[in-house]
Design a protein. Structure first.
Length: 255
């Protein structure tokens, strides 16, 4: 069941989204060669505490997970696509880092992600990240009243496939509101004109993920959470929480 949010509720979600935006900015600024991933998690945790917000990630346990998620921040490095658990690993020059973060404030949730390179970037990694961002922008552009979920999926998939990249099968965006994951699902590939029609008040987390090697295959690491590419190639992730409104898409997690 899809809950249509009131304009007042969307404003409240924007407040939660801005906590997310501030945390992602702070984490990216703190990420440097030699910094342990656990330190990045603490930076994100500090933003939550300062805002009086809580984490929808910490303790989250979907059906596929063997244990509750132990952190407030997902940090996925190099061949990790999403859901990386921050640990003692220290960032190295050239690492491609994807960070995903959520915040709950006043009963509403925001969710966003971005990717970047620590230290000296490889041109191929910059292209991968730029493609994820372009795919996100294309998906947001298609998130207008009267369109359908398939239009968002098609816009994202066209950018990703056009660049020659893989798309992790079965993973994509989702509705968001009182809970982090709500209906409807938002695939990262699909046929235009298909699926649920978009209406004013729908709020979606739109999140393309791309695999450099061009295949869609991935596997869960030993921790049961981190998803890694099967071919060992690098991956990038971009995400925003977006409200569908009569005046156009409103990015609630804009940085």
């Amino acid at each position: 069941m899809v809950e249509l949010k009131t304009d007042t509720s969307i404003d409240a979600m924007h407040e939660a989204g801005q906590v997310v935006a501030r945390a992602l900015t702070a984490v990216q600024e703190a990420a440097d060669v030699g910094v342990p991933l656990l330190e990045l998690d603490e930076v994100a945790h500090g933003v939550l505490r300062g805002a009086g917000a809580t984490s929808p990630f910490l303790g989250y346990r979907p059906s596929f997970a063997p244990t509750p998620f132990p952190a407030v921040l997902c940090v996925s490095v190099n061949d990790a696509i999403v859901h990386g658990i921050p640990g003692r690993y220290r960032l190295r020059d050239g690492d491609l880092v994807s960070i995903d973060f959520g915040a709950e404030l006043g009963g509403w949730v925001g969710d966003s992600a971005l990717s970047f390179v620590v230290g000296t970037p490889r041109e191929a990694d910059l292209r991968l990240i730029e493609t994820a961002e372009r795919a996100l922008a294309a998906g947001i552009e298609a998130a207008v009243v009267g369109n359908r979920i398939g239009d968002i999926a098609h816009a994202i998939g066209t950018v990703c496939r056009g660049a020659g990249y893989g798309i992790p099968d079965g993973f994509g965006g989702h509705g968001i509101g009182r809970r982090m994951h709500e209906d409807p699902g938002v695939p990262n590939e699909g046929r235009p004109g298909r699926g649920m029609r978009l209406r004013h008040g729908m709020v979606l987390a739109i999140e393309p993920m791309v695999i450099k090697g061009g295949t869609d295959a991935f596997h869960a690491a030993a921790d049961g959470w981190t998803l890694r590419t099967n071919d060992g190639s690098r991956a990038a992730h971009a995400e925003h929480t977006v409200a569908i409104t009569e005046s156009g898409p409103r990015i609630l997690t804009a940085r």
